[in-house]
Ligand binder design. Structure first.
Ligand code: ADP
Ligand code: MG
Length: 524
């Protein structure tokens, strides 16, 4: 009687499972922390395979993702087969270890930190998108046309993660190319003109949604994608069963509204991106986000969160809905761009601030300049003050119509406006080319707000400057901002760093009118 090969004695051999595991094992798609698991699977699935598998004698070889597991059914009969497999395994294990080491050195070089199980290797250049993931040439051609020569660090790591169908939290400095990091996998994986919305990108402001739509269209040029910006009209009257749309970009409220009306079905969505995600998890948005996440009911959906600031609380909350998410951090978490030279300037009082602003414009006006204030009222007041000066200034805040807001952004982009006075409506994600200086006329409410405001400058590798004016009443909140400055390598006076720590996080002082005399609070 033929002796039963020991190789397939006992347990059921789940070939599909094995193929999946081996796919993770191939050298150019190496995953950290996987060897032990692979070895255990290897032992139980191959060395103790099933009887059924033995019967597949006619199958000459089973090549799984480049790893020639079974040379022939004959070889399985001999104990040599076991030895061969073990040799193959050892060889591959060595390759895996080498690749992991190389990846880790590469990540270190670019300040990329990862945590999570089975993290795909980063891409070294855009050509790897083609060699490893079969990216279409026209997409690479578009990168070339748009002068994207090399991927930025967040793109190097986040793109392969999303292409591998893994969910992720991505935290990288302002202006470091996060938009492209989520657009590229979507444009590679989503089939254009297939039924239903396949990709959804949620942004906290309409301006950012419009900008992201434009960027997406530029990158997708030449492929017949339907990329739609959710406008007020579309949200109220659009019927997405009749409107062709592959990728939808929107603020949370508009998507939520269309879904609730039953005019937008998100159950085929493959990619859901929450850009500026910490903002989206703030009060006022979180309910809408919750219902959007629920509406995207496709079980194989890939969700990802992108921001320059990602507090642990947001990550904890998001983890409750995400599967096996990988965390990628470029540089230091929650820190300002190191490309921005930051300064703190004591202005004494409200009147002092206006004087300081005028003085700085008189000394050197180096447009484009963004001036941030605390509220729409103060934006209007400062705009009125500067209207008498010989500066091409404009203003943007939430009280303007959509058209006025768009004009303000377009004129600033076109260089028609030198100084744009703004509230935090454009502090998040807006990409104005080459802003030379950001002035925090009013002290920011939080460290995150500071990081995003000054992050409008120092983008895509360019340098920038940020000046933050402060008065006596801002002094208790200085330390928070000073810490951010210090973390990003700026000099901060010791006296500020030795100020007592604040328990309260937000800074919302009642300010006098712009340029008003200081009020003696003891008399009132
Ligand atoms: P973030 O979202 O990180 O704040 P953006 O995605 O808005 O940054 O990108 C900032 C700028 O960098 C944009 O003008 C974008 O076109 C540019 N950019 C993105 N990726 C690259 C790249 N690989 N090479 C050169 N420029 C890039
Ligand atoms: Mg962005």
């Amino acid at each position: 009687m033929e002796k039963r090969p020991s190789l397939f004695a006992g347990t059921h051999f789940d070939r599909n499972r094995f193929a999946k595991d081996i796919a993770r094992f191939k050298p150019n798609e190496v995953h950290e922390g996987y060897q032990e698991h692979v070895y255990r699977e290897f032992q139980s699935n191959v060395l103790n395979g099933s009887k059924k598998e033995k019967k597949r004698k006619r199958r000459d070889s089973v090549v799984v993702e480049g790893f020639n597991v079974f040379k022939s059914s004959k070889s399985l009969k001999t104990s040599n087969a076991t030895a061969n497999l073990e040799d193959d395994y050892v060889l591959h294990r060595k390759e895996v270890e080498k690749q992991i080491e190389l990846d880790s050195l590469f990540r270190k070089k670019y300040g990329i930190r990862i945590s999570g199980y089975s993290v795909p290797s980063p891409i070294r250049n855009f050509d790897e998108l083609k060699s490893r993931f079969g990216c279409k040439s026209h997409l690479l051609h578009n990168f070339f046309e748009l002068s994207f020569k090399e991927p930025t660090p967040i793109q190097m790591q986040a793109i392969p993660i999303l292409l591998a169908g893994r969910e992720c939290f991505a935290c990288a400095p302002t202006g470091s190319g996060k938009t492209l990091a989520f657009l590229i996998p979507m444009l590679m994986k989503i089939k254009p003109r297939c039924k239903g919305v396949k990709g959804v990108i949620i942004c906290p402001t309409r301006e950012l949604a419009a900008q992201t739509t434009r960027e997406c269209k530029k990158v997708a040029k030449g492929r017949k994608f339907h990329i739609k910006l959710m406008t007020k009209e579309l949200s109220r009257c659009g019927d997405f069963a009749k409107i062709p749309c592959d990728i939808l970009v929107s603020t949370p409220l508009r998507v939520d509204y269309a879904v609730r009306k039953g005019k937008l079905d998100l159950n085929r969505v493959e990619y859901l991106v929450l850009d500026e995600s910490d903002k989206l998890f703030e009060l006022g948005f979180v309910e809408q986000i919750d219902s959007i996440v629920k509406a995207c009911s496709n079980p194989s959906i890939v969700r990802c969160l992108f921001s320059a600031t990602l507090p642990d609380s947001v990550e904890e909350l998001a983890r409750t809905i995400m599967h096996d998410a990988i965390r990628v951090i470029v540089g230091r978490k929650n820190s300002a761009s190191t490309l921005v030279k930051q300064k703190l300037l004591f202005a004494g009082s409200e009147k002092g601030k206006l004087l300081a602003l005028r003085l700085s414009f008189a000394e050197s006006l180096n447009p484009p300049i963004l001036v941030f204030v605390q509220s729409k009222e103060r934006a209007k007041e400062l705009y009125k003050e500067l209207a008498f000066d010989d500066i091409k200034a404009d203003v943007i805040h939430a009280d303007l119509t959509q058209e006025q807001r768009e004009d303000a952004v377009d004129n600033f982009r076109a260089g028609k406006t030198w100084v744009l006075i703004a509230t935090d409506v454009i502090a998040r994600g807006m990409d104005f080319k080459g802003i030379n200086c950001v002035i925090n006329y009013d002290f920011p409410e939080s460290a995150a707000s500071y990081i995003h405001r000054i992050g409008r400058s120092g983008r895509a590798g360019r340098c920038g400057e940020a000046i933050t004016l402060f008065t006596e009443e801002d002094k208790p909140f200085l330390r928070n901002i000073a810490n951010v400055m210090k973390e990003s390598g700026c000099e901060v006076p010791d006296w500020i760093l030795s100020l007592p720590k604040l328990k309260r996080k937000k800074h919302r002082p009642m300010r006098n009118s712009v340029g008003a005399e200081p009020v003696d609070t003891e008399d009132h």
